[in-house]
Write a protein that binds this ligand. Structure first.
Ligand code: GSH
Length: 216
């Protein structure tokens, strides 16, 4: 058994962020699968792991913690790589966090399953898709401005950072889950998406590579 356990669902973009980080850092981790479609996140036992009834959660160093941004920072503080995923220069570090937060608090919550299902109930499938497209591109276009200014090979400079770990799953959701035209709306992020999709840490973290992927 590994010293790290990750509560994961193949299609969860928030968990995908941490799978990328854990892979990039070369850390061994065991998976605990939580099927969101089957609402296993609302099981009593899982409520004790994550009181928001969401994934991801992680068990390591004798504690269980939730919220992917918090976990990402903890992993970086306790298992730093060289070069680090949070750059040492405070200004560059702030840009990385800004991009991650645009995704974490400004974009992903607007595509969460419960919310978009409710929009569909109230307004139908077209209303749901119109909402998703508007909300996702509002966040992604904001991130694109920063990547245009500060990006290099990756989102910020030439090294993979937490910004990439947060951006890639959101771009994947936009393109694959919702079938949106990322290339047309965010050409710079689309190039980054293509670059990242060839990184081994990203490939191994992808939904289709997960053991709980339907048909895997
Ligand atoms: N801010 C949280 C968001 C977690 C989150 O929204 N998780 C989604 C999957 S990506 C989830 O579990 N959704 C099921 C639900 O909310 O019922 C984080 O970054 O960890």
């Amino acid at each position: 058994m590994s010293e790290i356990e990750l509560y994961s669902y193949f299609a969860s973009s928030c968990t995908f962020r941490l799978r990328i980080m854990l892979n990039y850092k070369g850390l061994e981790y065991d998976m605990k699968y939580v099927n969101l479609k089957a609402k296993e996140n609302f099981d009593e036992n899982f409520s004790k792991v994550n009181s928001m009834n969401q994934v991801p959660s992680i068990r390591l160093d004798g504690i269980t913690m939730s919220q992917s941004m918090v976990i990402a920072e903890y992993l970086e503080e306790t298992r730093q790589t060289e070069p680090p995923m949070l750059p040492k220069d405070p200004k560059t570090r702030a840009i990385v966090r800004e991009i991650a937060e645009i995704i974490n608090s400004g974009t992903q919550p607007n595509q969460n399953l419960g919310l978009i299902n409710r929009i569909e109930e109230l307004g139908g499938a077209d209303a749901k898709m119109a909402w998703v497209e508007k909300a996702l591109f509002r966040g992604l276009k904001a991130a694109e401005v920063l990547v245009e200014k500060y990006g290099g090979k990756y989102a910020v400079g030439d090294d993979l950072t937490i910004a990439d770990a947060f951006l890639y799953p959101q771009l994947y959701s936009a393109a694959v889950r919702f079938g949106l035209d990322v290339e047309k709306n965010c050409p710079i992020l689309h190039r980054l998406y293509k670059t990242l999709s060839e990184h081994p840490a990203v490939i191994a973290a992808s939904p289709g590579q997960q053991k709980d992927f339907p048909g895997a």
